[in-house]
Ligand binder design. Structure first.
Ligand code: IMP
Length: 190
């Protein structure tokens, strides 16, 4: 079977991708190719960051690969944290608890809690670049709930659901999530 590198070491993202791409391609992680680089994500857009990560890996390691970048857009905050979702809380790089706490503080007292996750996946195979995307509409809950998933999952309730992503199984989340949609589009390209 053909193999492709997913430019991440996030175990949740790898499991989500493997569940959808199973039987089509073997998905390898950055650890699997001995890549321990701190890959820059400094573009002003999700698409720019996904391409930046995919190019870094394909150029330096000579492999076919894909990379994703995800943002949580909260309407009452003008689309924030968006592309800055991983580093929303100052000084707290990739600290999900601090990011969620700040988001709940900034939304305190606001009636409009609508939000969406948006994911862009950039694919580089045989030197050609393609991007696909996916999104999931929902709302930010008043407090965290659930222990599955990662990131902002405990405070994101998808539209039409009364549970947060963190209260769902991996399969339930994958069926309706932003990344699930982007990965299914990616599967069509592979
Ligand atoms: P990145 O795409 O890994 O850079 O993610 C940006 C930010 O969004 C990080 O804080 C992640 O924890 C968060 N994030 C990405 N995907 C998800 C998801 O599926 N659920 C909840 N949070 C996510």
């Amino acid at each position: 079977m053909k193999s492709i590198v997913f430019a991440t070491n996030n175990a949740h993202k790898l499991a989500e991708a493997r569940a959808i791409l199973e039987g089509k391609v073997e998905v390898r992680s950055l650890n699997d190719i001995d890549c321990h680089d701190d890959i820059p994500e400094t573009a002003p857009t999700l698409e720019g960051n996904a391409l930046m990560k995919a190019r870094w890996v394909s150029e330096r390691y000579g492999v076919d690969c894909f990379a994703d970048d995800t943002g949580l857009e909260v309407d009452a905050l003008g689309g924030e944290p968006g592309v800055r979702s991983a580093r929303y809380a100052p000084g707290a790089g990739h600290d999900s608890a601090a990011n969620m706490k700040l988001l709940l503080e900034n939304l305190a007292g606001k009636d409009d809690r609508t939000a969406r996750f948006r994911t862009v996946v950039a694919l580089i195979t045989d030197g050609k670049e393609l991007t696909v995307d996916g999104k999931c509409e929902g709302r930010i809950t008043e407090s965290p709930s659930g222990a599955s998933g990662f990131g902002y999952d405990p405070i994101f309730q998808p539209a039409g659901e009364n549970r947060t992503f963190a209260e769902m199984s991996d399969a339930e989340k994958n069926a309706i999530s932003h990344r699930g949609e982007a990965m299914r589009r990616l599967a069509e390209l592979l």
